[in-house]
Design a protein around this ligand. Structure first.
Ligand code: NDP
Length: 314
């Protein structure tokens, strides 16, 4: 079956579901996505009569975005591997998403879709809710992939003091740090803020085996590699357990398993640590708020969070 037929079949399937408005997600693979739980719960609880449909697409992304628009789809999420690739097919893009260089949410506008990145704000909300903070904090990021771009931009936007980006490949860490330092320079110059050299070099790239170059201190750790997804995975990038004792608090973007070796080690050291499930929850809620012009209250957020936990861990 070719990709168009898969799309058509999915479209036929969702049209058989009694609903007024359609939402969806484009990605590959998409079988295990938890997003329908978030959006169908919101729809049911608020009587929005919407259904959220996962579309596994192989290629020809531009054509599917166009078809989704012609089909009247109100909003879409975009996931791996299309978060950067979708940008040329948008009619407009939010400033933050443009700077991150990745889009996970498409909002229907008059002539096409406008792209947003709700991963970044979702993560920030989960961090603040956990009593952690970015402002004036020194941060060690592990990883420099797609998700790390949103994390690094969050550190920039919310005023982190210094950010070390440690990665397996120095090249990817260097590119990310360079992009962020450049954005910081632009931000400071547009706001007419005098910058010291320290500000300009706020993002420091390091290869994993150079971790000893980070000065001893108290750091917020944000784990953005995919190490920990598999049961046999150990600690990400740095195996020296003493190193992690510098953490004041910790975030792992991974939520399945609920506790990676990284989270377990933080807990052994009595360091407050959260996984990425609240990030997933809030990126979905913020997307839905954009699609529907609503505000999802704390009770409904909690209800969705319980449903996600049940699906994942019970
Ligand atoms: P990418 O594939 O874009 O990046 C993967 C990162 O992990 C890179 O830094 C890569 O290093 C590093 N890495 C991969 N394998 C290894 C390894 N064996 N040893 C050391 N480093 C490794 O993935 P994403 O950035 O999209 O996702 C990263 C994680 O974030 C995933 O676990 C994903 O599940 C999670 N995530 C969670 C979300 C949430 O809502 N909670 C949202 C998005 C992502 P290198 O650059 O050298 O290749």
């Amino acid at each position: 079956m070719n990709t168009l037929k898969i799309m058509q079949k999915a479209v036929e399937d969702y049209k058989n579901i009694e609903s007024k408005r359609y939402l969806g997600i484009f990605g590959n693979p998409i079988k295990h996505t938890l997003s329908p739980i978030i959006h169908d719960t919101i729809s049911d609880e608020l009587s929005l009569e919407e259904r959220y449909i996962p579309f596994e697409i192989q290629d020809d992304l531009g054509r599917y975005v166009k078809e989704a628009f012609e089909d009247g789809i109100v909003g879409l999420n975009i996931t791996v591997p299309y978060k950067e690739k979708v940008i040329p097919y948008l009619s407009d893009i939010d400033e933050d998403a443009k700077k991150i260089g990745a889009v996970n949410t498409l909002v229907r506008c008059e002539n096409g879709y406008k792209g947003y990145n709700t991963d970044m704000e979702g993560l920030y909300k989960s961090i603040i809710e956990a009593g952690m903070n970015i402002k004036d904090n020194e941060i060690i990021m592990l990883g420099a992939g797609g998700a790390a771009r949103a994390v690094a931009y969050m550190c920039l936007k919310y005023g982190a003091k210094k950010v070390y980006i440690v990665n397996r490949s120095l090249e990817n860490a260097t590119r990310l740090a360079k992009d962020m330092n450049e954005l910081l320079r632009e931000k400071n110059s547009s706001e007419k803020i005098n910058t010291s050299l320290n500000d300009i070099e706020k993002f420091i790239p390091l290869k994993a085996d150079e971790y000893n170059e980070i000065p001893q201190g108290r750091y917020m750790f944000i784990q953005c590699t995919s190490v920990g997804l598999k049961a046999e995975d150990g600690l990400p990038l740095i195996f020296d357990k003493e190193f992690y004792k510098q953490a004041s608090c910790a975030v792992d973007l991974i939520y399945n398993p609920a506790k990676t070796q990284f989270i377990k080690l933080m807990e052994e050291n009595n360091i407050p640590a959260i996984n990425g499930l609240k990030m997933l929850l809030y990126q979905g809620i913020i997307a839905n708020e954009l699609w529907n012009g609503i505000t999802v209250n704390a009770d409904l957020s909690e209800k969705i969070f319980v449903a996600l936990n049940k699906k994942l861990y019970c």
